[in-house]
Design a protein around this ligand. Structure first.
Ligand SMILES: [Zn+2]
Length: 260
């Protein structure tokens, strides 16, 4: 049986860009497992504790529109909605990464679900393997300015066509993905471990030398991207990974938590 609901009440204006007026209650707030059998349904039915996960099918990176700095997203949002933010901000980050460029992307209503599908899927025969992949998921999530509160290996996505009741938006696919092998993930994590700042800065900024420095923006400054830090000449000096993410993420105390 289906019934019609009317739009959710007040939500953050930046998250409420395309609110539907009516939607089918059957699909409201369903979730999709990225583990085990990939079941879809109400969150209380499909969510699994870490200890219950025996197979990993995909990794989720959650980029919440409300957590990104207005200076990064607002102009695109006003001109072309969430698709424009995806095309102009998110997609260039993904395209620079050998792993992330293969990911599926869904607009979840409040932000973007970047889903890195695995083929073959990873089977866990014990706690040791599950813990190892749990750490790998965390490393992959740290490649982007994503929601730091997003669950790791237990994360759920929202199925395409379902409704996010926080904003009345239908979840839609922005890009179809293709799977990567577990070996590709492990190899890339090794590259990131050896040069965390270098890999992430190049992926976000698109270059290893930026004029002026994106942090201090001092005239005639220059940021050189090294493997573990950045060096700003003629400006703010040493730049760490957290400084890099601060360029994109709003300060925590000012951000409204919308979740996935
Ligand atoms: Zn600087």
């Amino acid at each position: 049986m289906s019934s019609l609901l009317h739009t959710a009440d007040s939500v953050h204006p930046r998250c409420n860009t395309i609110a539907s007026t009516c939607f089918n209650a059957d699909a409201v707030d369903n979730r999709e497992q990225l583990c085990n059998t990939g079941e879809t349904g109400p969150i209380e039915r499909v969510s699994r504790a870490e200890a219950e996960i025996t197979q990993l099918n995909a990794m989720l990176i959650d980029i919440d529109l409300c957590l990104l700095r207005p200076a990064i997203v607002d102009e695109h949002l006003q001109l072309g909605g969430p698709e424009a933010v995806y095309q102009n901000v998110i997609s260039p980050w993904l395209e620079r990464s050998p792993i992330l460029r293969q990911a599926e992307v869904r607009f979840s209503g409040g932000g973007y679900h970047i889903i890195v599908w695995l083929s073959p899927t990873v089977q866990f025969h014990g706690e040791y393997e599950r813990d190892r992949w749990s750490r790998y998921v965390r490393v992959v999530q740290c490649l982007l300015p994503s929601d730091p509160d997003c669950p790791g290996i237990t994360a759920l996505t929202r199925p395409i066509g379902s409704i996010n009741s926080k904003n009345g938006v239908e979840v839609r696919q922005l890009k179809a993905g293709k799977p990567v092998s577990p070996e590709e993930i492990v190899e890339h994590i090794e590259v990131v471990r050896n040069a965390p700042f270098g890999v992430i800065a190049e992926q976000l900024l698109g270059s290893r030398r930026i004029n002026p420095c994106p942090k201090c923006k001092a005239p005639n400054s220059r940021l050189d991207v090294l493997d573990r830090i950045g060096k700003c000449y003629g400006g703010c000096g040493r730049i760490k990974l957290e400084d890099l993410f601060d360029l994109y993420l709003s300060p925590r105390e000012g951000a409204r938590k919308e979740g996935v």
